[in-house]
Design a protein around this ligand. Structure first.
Ligand SMILES: O=C(CO)[C@@H](O)[C@H](O)COP(=O)(O)O
Length: 223
């Protein structure tokens, strides 16, 4: 299983102070920054677009901070070049948002980013099996995408188990409701990239929370 990566979701941060919030998470030991892009169409919520990501990238140099862009958008092909220019490192589109998966992955790679594919809770893991050889990551959503602060859906774990047993070296990300209460279930299933918004930003000590999430994934790797 690849190494643990903890990716705080800045959706749970203070959007009026994004630079400070991102730097705070990096100082607290986060590996990646998870950036939730919502278009009000693919999901019933609106967040930020490439201009905001460009501004954050201006304050956090590439190479020192990894931007994991979760594209909850219809027509994900449309934004690839903008997010590459904005300084995105990983462009994770939703399987449900396109029919041209392979072409999109090629486009993301050609733009210089890693490619991820996310699946919603009701989408079976098998839809991505044939894409995995081309992908850098699969994201198994553990809530319906659209909002932070929702309850972790444990019944998505068989999909993580299925993916981990077929693809031991794949980065498998989980996102939604991850905290110290739920991390062991996700880590035992085989997830190694952990997105946590509320669980980190609202923790009494975010540094401790990040370290504890990482320790839970590492503990599973030793089993
Ligand atoms: O993509 C999403 C929601 O659609 C997530 O990234 C959430 O923003 C995670 O927030 P918490 O559930 O950890 O508060």
């Amino acid at each position: 299983m690849p190494e643990a990566k903890i990716a705080p979701s800045i959706l749970a941060g203070d959007f009026a102070n994004l630079e400070a919030e991102c730097k705070r998470m990096m100082k607290c030991g986060s590996d990646w920054l998870h950036i939730d892009i919502m278009d009000g169409h693919f999901v019933p919520n609106l967040t930020i677009g490439a201009p905001v990501v460009t501004c954050i990238r201006g304050k956090l140099p590439k190479g020192e901070s990894f931007f994991d862009c979760h594209m909850m958008v219809s027509d994900p092909e449309r934004w690839v070049d903008d997010f590459a220019k904005a300084g995105g490192d990983l462009y994770c589109f939703h399987y449900e948002a396109t029919t041209e998966h392979e072409a999109l992955i090629d486009k993301i790679h050609a733009a210089g980013m890693r490619a991820g594919c996310a699946i919603k809770p009701k989408t079976p893991a098998a839809v991505v099996f044939d894409l995995v050889p081309k992908l850098d990551m699969v994201l198994v959503m553990t809530v319906e995408p659209g909002f932070g602060g929702q309850k972790f859906m444990k019944d998505c774990m068989p999909k993580v188990e299925e993916l981990r047993s077929k693809f031991p070296d794949l980065d498998i990300e989980v996102d939604g409701g991850l905290s110290m209460d739920t991390i062991d279930i996700a880590a035992d299933a085989g997830a190694n990239v952990i997105v946590a918004g509320t669980g980190v930003f609202k923790a009494k000590d975010p540094k401790e929370a990040i370290a504890a999430l990482r320790a839970a994934v590492n503990k599973r790797q030793l089993k």
